[in-house]
Design a protein around this ligand. Structure first.
Ligand SMILES: C[S@@+](CC[C@H](N)C(=O)[O-])C[C@H]1O[C@@H](n2cnc3c(N)ncnc32)[C@H](O)[C@@H]1O
Length: 261
């Protein structure tokens, strides 16, 4: 039996309980095809069969279709702007500052925030950092806190020395200090399907919208704005823009930073 990619997607969505149609479909097809080549799967019908029967393949599919690339201090200039302009404003009052990294991948992004806040001298009791992702594999990596050289390339040398320990092995790895790891909480969440917790001062949703259809991107922008506090900030990736921010009750403040009006 042969089936089209369209039919494959309809069935795969039921098996995986993931809205594959929320993502740019050509990319989903490219990722599906490359995984099939890797596993010598001949056609979409066979791929569906494996998704139904083979848990390992199911996990491999979920792992492969989401792009997990992340690094500490990704786009350093944006983090500098955050540190110099947004963070002082958010911490000016006495209230606890709520920060959400959604999605967080392997933790490089929320841990970057924890490093910045530690360097600025803010006690853990002054803020909460929650980090969410759909991929259980990257959430496990985040909780181990062990990174390769690609992830730490932008970490300033003094901070690398202070917060990471080099682990010798086949290749050099870097273990993040417990002090920083204890400042972030991780959770599994499907950001497309699940409801969001309210009351955020800052939401980082970076390098995620680029994979989504316009319709889902707009739906998620509305969802994020709904749970931001008035005056709170949405921080996107460097190649992601909201073209009519006022439509969502946002105003652009700088590059990829938007503030809820
Ligand atoms: C390219 S990474 C971006 C990570 C980080 N924000 C950064 O900029 O470095 C994209 C992440 O989105 C996650 N993701 C994809 N679809 C998701 C969904 N529906 N809900 C939650 N996370 C999702 C993937 O698992 C992946 O870790």
């Amino acid at each position: 039996m042969t089936i089209s990619f369209d039919e494959f997607v309809d069935e795969a969505m039921k098996i995986l309980d993931v809205n594959l149609r929320g993502y740019k479909i050509k990319r989903v097809q490219r990722r599906t095809d490359s995984l099939m080549r890797r596993y010598n799967v001949e056609n979409y019908a066979q791929c569906l069969d494996l998704l139904k029967k083979d848990q390992q393949f199911r996990e491999a599919y979920l792992d492969h279709f989401t792009i997990n690339t992340s690094e500490f201090f990704r786009n350093p200039q944006s983090f500098k702007y955050l540190e110099e302009n947004i963070i002082p404003e958010l911490f000016a009052g006495n209230k606890k500052v709520n920060i959400w990294s959604a999605p967080c991948s392997n933790g490089s992004e929320p841990y970057t925030l924890a490093i910045i806040l530690t360097e600025l001298g803010y006690d853990k009791s002054r803020y909460r950092i929650l980090a969410s992702d759909i991929d259980t594999g990257v959430l496990e990596e985040a909780q181990q806190g062990i990174y390769n050289e690609n992830a730490i390339g932008n970490v300033p040398p003094a901070l690398l020395k202070k917060y990471f320990e080099e682990i010798e092995g086949l290749s050099i790895k870097y273990k993040l200090s417990r002090e920083i790891m204890d400042k972030v909480n991780f959770e599994y969440k499907d950001l497309i399907k699940e409801p969001y917790e309210k009351g955020w001062d800052l939401i980082l949703s970076r390098n995620f919208f680029i994979y989504l259809t316009t319709e889902i991107k707009e739906m998620l922008t509305h969802k994020f704005v709904q749970v931001l506090k008035p005056g709170g900030y949405l921080f996107l990736g460097n190649t992601e823009f909201i073209f009519t921010p006022e439509k969502f009750g946002l105003q652009k403040v700088y590059s990829s930073f938007y503030q809820k009006i």
